[in-house]
Write a protein that binds this ligand. Structure first.
Ligand code: NFS
Length: 636
């Protein structure tokens, strides 16, 4: 893919970038150029803006100041900055989970009738996992209890570990974290918590301990970052995933289309972008209503075509089978096709630049969340209790924009790949006959060497999708099953790696298994909150074998990571015992002790650690090496 266009490895993007260059549309790539050279203190993490005696900067080469005005070292500054990133990332996922829990409560008590309990089986499974009685009880009664347990996980003031985590995390991992807390207490004489208490508390704890003049100890700050992130992975994100399945239905394995070619010249195109499917699922659902269908036909459109971007796209793709327009770096390019009548956004990963760009077209750029207002956008406030009416209004806004489309400016790249998606833990286990044993057997006998979980974004510092594609292809070639979520999953879907012909790119063992099961070698497990599905899969295998996750031949990567949410995901993977590759460089290298803790000490303490690597093939080499070492340790 190299040499074609250094900005993107995706042919649809390259086609659109030619138009952007010709027409002079601003893009992330162009604005990135204008930012050069970027601040190296920021890149190394040694810039502190926490108090008004600063900002302070530590010269990593020892030529300038070695301490901030208060005396903070480079390691303190780096660790505090990292902790804040983990807190923001965890909070974003978890606040999303909170809204789903509140909605489940409202559905259970009958105050919201726009949503229903769509997946009874999942409700009962979650309740059983949480030890909530189900026999002889009404579904709303059970749902109310599930919602109550979930909401209590956010605000409980006790010292006990988070209930969702305690009930979902494999026993050996839980014990290891508990044991580590005890060891650290004994060896340092100070309490160092790793098992999260309540979700909100762990984030607030970071805001408090990183205030001027509190925690300056790199180990303590890193430990709290991991703890807060664990409250995301085994708390907020897990709650989002499980409760969304209950309310919106659990995804099932199905084929979809991915890339900008899913836009239709003859239809009203509505792009949903952001993260919270409570809105986007309704938009998808209401687009099928008689009222919206008629309105679209009345203005001469074929139909209302709802397609997705980023994680909310993943959510509706998995549940409703809508088309996937693209990942993060595709969001501007979608508008430039001139064929998007409305882009509807909720929260997270939305470039503010989309408002200006939309104003060059007939596109209605619609914000819906009080937490994500963007100057220049049309704001249609979303309220869960009026979801049907608001979603209908949004679609009608798009329909009203359609006649203003300038057909002469429409350019839809004719690229779209088939992807087979919807590999939840439930679907994977069903395909395996109900238990993890067949997968375990395949790993034990070496047909599959191990499993790699890849997550995360696009990043303008990496050629779009290049790392995702090359790394994924390299791993399946080596008989490593690849699973993942988020914008990685969209990259894989767009490039055909989630289609059946990709079986032939896999090594002979993996290829045979995929052919037998009729699945691709690269599995789409959902949106970024659905990284909790990966934890649960790892947990199911670990519990099945009565080992810890850190014993299993599993490895993770976030090869084009951008956001603070990715920091949280990487940290809860590491805290769960999974080694994680990162590229681009995280802003920690200015703190040698923090770097050592995360890349070396964590290995012994947690069984998971971070490593960085710029080259996708070398990354695959390292990931394979870790998998082989773990296989060796297991004696397989
Ligand atoms: Ni994950 Fe999903 Fe994409 Fe990155 Fe953003 S959409 S939540 S953070 S950019 S993968």
């Amino acid at each position: 893919y190299e040499g074609h266009d250094k900005r993107s490895a995706d042919p649809a993007a390259v086609e659109m970038l030619r138009i952007a260059d010709r027409e002079g549309y601003a893009t992330i790539w162009e604005r990135y150029e204008k930012q050069q050279p970027q601040c190296s203190y920021g890149q190394l993490g040694t810039c502190c803006r926490i108090c008004s005696m600063g900002p302070c900067r530590i010269d990593p080469f020892g030529d300038g100041p070695t301490h901030g005005v208060c005396g903070a070292t480079a390691d303190t500054i780096v660790a505090r900055n990292l902790a804040r990133m983990a807190a923001v990332g965890s909070s974003s996922h978890s606040d999303h989970g909170r809204k789903v829990a509140l909605l489940l409560k409202a559905v259970a008590d009958g105050s919201n009738t726009d949503y229903q309990i769509s997946d009874e089986k999942k409700l009962l499974a979650v309740a059983t996992r949480l030890h909530i009685p189900i026999t002889g009880r009404s579904l709303p009664g059970v749902a109310a209890d599930v919602a109550a347990v979930a909401l209590d996980c956010f605000g409980n003031q006790g010292e006990e570990p988070l209930v969702f985590m305690e009930k979902y995390m494999p026993a050996k991992r839980f014990q290891r974290l508990k044991g580590l807390e005890e060891t650290l207490y004994k060896t340092t004489g100070a309490k160092t918590g790793l098992l999260p208490r309540a979700i909100d508390r762990e984030a607030v704890d970071i805001l408090h301990r990183t205030h001027f003049g509190c925690d300056h100890d790199p180990l303590s700050l890193v430990a709290q970052s991991i703890r807060c992130s664990l409250s995301d992975g085994w708390g907020g994100s897990l709650i989002a995933t499980e409760l969304q399945d209950i309310l919106l239905g659990s995804p099932t394995i199905r084929p979809v289309k991915a890339n900008l070619g899913v836009l239709e010249a003859e239809s009203v195109n509505v792009v949903v972008h952001g993260h919270e499917p409570i809105l986007s699922a309704k938009v998808g659902e209401m687009a099928q209503s008689e009222e919206c269908r008629r309105a679209a036909e009345a203005i001469g459109a074929k139909r209302v075509n709802v397609v997705g971007l980023c994680c909310t796209g993943n959510e509706v793709l998995l549940r409703q089978g809508v088309g996937m327009a693209g990942n993060e770096s595709h969001s501007e390019l979608a508008i430039m096709t001139g064929a998007v009548d409305a882009m509807v956004v909720d929260v997270q990963c939305i470039y503010p630049a989309l408002a200006d760009l939309s104003s060059c077209f007939h596109t209605k750029f619609i914000t819906t969340s009080e937490q994500a207002k963007i100057p220049g956008a049309l704001h249609i406030q979303f309220e869960e209790q009026h979801a049907d009416a608001i979603a209908t209004r949004i679609i009608k806004t798009a329909i009203a924009a359609f006649p203003n489309r300038n057909k002469a400016r429409v350019h839809i790249p004719q690229h779209s790949s088939t992807a087979i998606v919807g590999f939840t833990v439930e679907e994977i286990l069903k395909a395996l006959g109900g238990t993890p044993q067949p997968l375990v057997d395949l790993i034990v006998n070496g047909t599959i060497k191990g499993v790699a979980g890849i997550v995360g974004c696009n990043n303008v510092k990496v050629q779009q999708d290049f790392f995702h594609r090359v790394l994924t292809t390299e791993l399946i070639k080596r008989d490593i099953l690849v699973i993942g979520t988020g914008c990685w999953a969209i990259a894989a879907a767009k490039s055909g790696l989630m289609d059946l012909p990709a079986q032939d790119l896999a090594g002979s063992g993996l290829k045979a298994v995929c052919k037998q099961l009729g699945i691709p070698p690269v599995l789409h497990m959902g949106s970024c909150v659905d990284c909790s599905r990966m934890l649960n899969l790892a947990g199911a295998i670990a519990d099945h074998l009565a080992v810890d996750i850190s014993d299993l031949p599993l490895v993770g990567s976030a090869p084009e990571w951008t956001t603070e949410k990715a920091v949280a995901i990487g940290s809860y993977f590491v805290g769960s015992g999974i080694p994680v590759h990162l590229w681009p460089l995280p802003p920690i290298l200015g703190g040698p002790e923090v770097t050592r803790i995360l890349t070396q000490d964590a290995r012994d303490l947690l069984g998971g650690w971070f490593f960085v690597e710029e080259d996708p093939v070398a990354t695959a080499d390292q990931m394979e090496k870790i998998i082989m070492e773990r296989r060796g340790a297991l004696g397989i």
